[in-house]
Design a protein around this ligand. Structure first.
Ligand SMILES: *[C@@H]1O[C@H](CO)[C@@H](O)[C@H](O)[C@H]1NC(C)=O
Ligand SMILES: [Ca+2]
Length: 354
């Protein structure tokens, strides 16, 4: 692990030294290079795989302090919606009040192939555990600025949704505990079902203590070569914990980033502190280049990997076979018992007549 981190840091360093001659003023060049070098050495490397040689913050897709003119000026790259409002410290999507909906949406369609999105957020409120709600979501979708029932966005959305569900609607004895972070890929026909907390449409998820946390809470989405990894950092350990890992996930270009939230009977403050988008420079072999396929509807190549949980509703072939078999056997036993009893009864009756 240590070795990989050093390796990738070296990679970053090398590329920055390569860039340095591009600065023209000698002194500025030196200080800048020194500064960048120090920054790089001090920053914990997120790139655990060696193939991530470089990453660059793309400001036009990022939302960070100070949120100057956000949602107001025509030069802003983001729009606000509903109850969302900007303060010096965060963009509050909803306050801790009932029946609110708010969102913030990027204005610029997104075309990067390999990227990483790091979100700092805060969910907090006065309600007791499980008496708060409903949660928030991070989006990369075809449509933007839509109202709807899915954490402040439309249902049957097209694209990626990362759902931070803080209220268990389904049976409380269910195996997963809350808050629950999950990934859903909408294709325009799939519906999110709150009653089951979306368990039939999720591509993966994990429990994460994202509410009233005493630490800063982050999530990280990394997408490259059609592989999507979702990680969380919510317990102040400054390390990413794996949450979802999906391969063969294809996403059409030109979608919009957004974050939204909704409260109902129960509420919370849902705040976005920053959304930082990094472009990843990934090398592809010619073979991999050819494997890339343009899709118009988001999809996962191998959906079978997610069809584990649907069993409880429909019987599998084997279950059906045994159910029928035991039914027939059961009926047979009943018939035999019936015949024996009937035989005895008849015999008794005959005896009485003599
Ligand atoms: C969306 O996905 C579901 C489930 O995989 C599938 O049944 C449906 O046909 C898909 N719709 C589109 C438009 O691809
Ligand atoms: Ca829920």
């Amino acid at each position: 692990m240590v070795a990989t981190v050093t390796e990738s840091n070296l990679g970053l360093l090398r590329s920055f030294f390569f860039l340095c001659p591009m600065f023209h003023l000698k002194n500025i060049r030196k200080t800048t290079c020194l500064f960048l070098t120090v920054c790089l050495l001090m920053s914990p490397s997120l790139a655990e795989d060696q193939e991530f040689i470089d990453d660059f913050l793309k400001r036009e897709y990022s939302l960070a302090k100070p949120y100057r003119g956000l949602g107001l000026s025509s030069s802003s790259q983001w729009d606000l919606m509903g109850t969302a409002m900007v303060t010096p410290d965060h963009v509050r999507l909803t306050p801790d009040l009932q029946s609110r909906q708010g969102a913030v949406w990027s204005r610029i369609p997104f075309f990067e192939r390999d990227w990483e999105l790091k979100v700092q957020f805060k969910i907090h409120g006065v309600g007791k555990k499980n008496l708060n709600g409903d949660g928030m979501a991070i989006w990369l979708t075809k449509d933007r600025m839509q109202n709807g029932p899915v954490f402040g966005n439309m249902d049957q959305f097209v694209g990626l949704g990362i759902l931070l569900d803080t209220y268990p609607n389904a049976d409380k004895t269910h195996d997963k505990s809350f808050p629950y972070v999950s990934l859903m890929l909408g294709n325009g026909t799939l519906s999110y079902d709150h009653d089951s907390d979306g368990r039939h449409t999720e591509l993966g998820g994990c429990t994460a203590m994202v509410r009233n946390a005493i630490y800063d809470t982050f999530l990280l989405v990394r997408y490259s070569k059609n592989r999507l990894k979702l990680m969380v950092d919510v317990d102040g350990k400054q390390e990413w914990k794996d949450c979802v890992d999906v391969t063969g996930l294809r996403l059409p270009p030109g979608y919009f980033f957004g974050a939204s939230s909704a409260t109902g009977d129960l509420s919370d403050n849902h705040d976005i502190i920053s959304m930082k988008l990094y472009q990843l420079t990934i090398e592809r072999s010619l073979e991999e280049e050819q494997e890339e396929e343009d899709v118009t509807v988001p999809r996962v190549d191998d959906m079978d990997q997610f069809t584990v949980e649907i069993q409880e509703e429909s019987m599998s072939g084997v279950q059906f076979f045994f159910t029928v078999l035991f039914s027939i056997l059961g009926l047979g036993v009943l018939a035999v018992v019936g015949l024996v009893v009937y035989g005895r009864w008849k015999e008794n009756r005959r005896k009485r007549f003599y």
